[in-house]
Design a protein around this ligand. Sequence first.
Ligand SMILES: [Zn+2]
Length: 206
Amino acid sequence: MDEERVREAVELLLAEVGEDPTRNGLVRTPERVTRALRFLTSGYETNIEEVVNDALFAVDGSEMVIVRDIDFYSLCEHHLLPFFGRCHVAYLPRERVIGLSKIPRLIEMFSRRLQVQERLTNQIATSLADILDPLGVGVVVEATHLCIRMRGVEKQNAFAVTSAMLGGFRDDARTRMEFLELIGRRDGSRALIDSVSPTVRVESAR
Ligand SMILES: [Zn+2]
């Protein structure tokens, strides 16, 4: 990121929305926005190998591993406005597992890039499938999009649920059901339970 160019761009934006970029409250805004943007897009500066950092361990057996309620914050690539919510990840190990703390780190890497929710969901699932070669992976992402809420389009309370189901989670309804039950989405999630990946649904906030 060329920070000088970003600061100039923010200054231009401030002027174009009708502001005076030289007034007191705004003088340091280009600098702050640049720093914030750098953090919010820091996922471009890392990669899967760096995040995983060899934290893979051999296992016997294939009990489902679940990490649920992982908070994430991202920016939608259409409006550069935040979308955020929770992510639930499960997999059925074949021969290895990944250190549990690595899953939130992986989600962080993908969410700190410009995203659409469907791609974020799929990237989390396929990267875990690549890293672990598991018997299956399931990912469910529930998010609120400020570009919908703040702009007053569609339902104010709408939030989106996306899922990606690979391997056993796609082929075996019982595995999928077990995952959805464990993340508390059994009720009213018939479409998710019956679905194969990817799916996108919009529903009212609970
Ligand atoms: Zn948007």
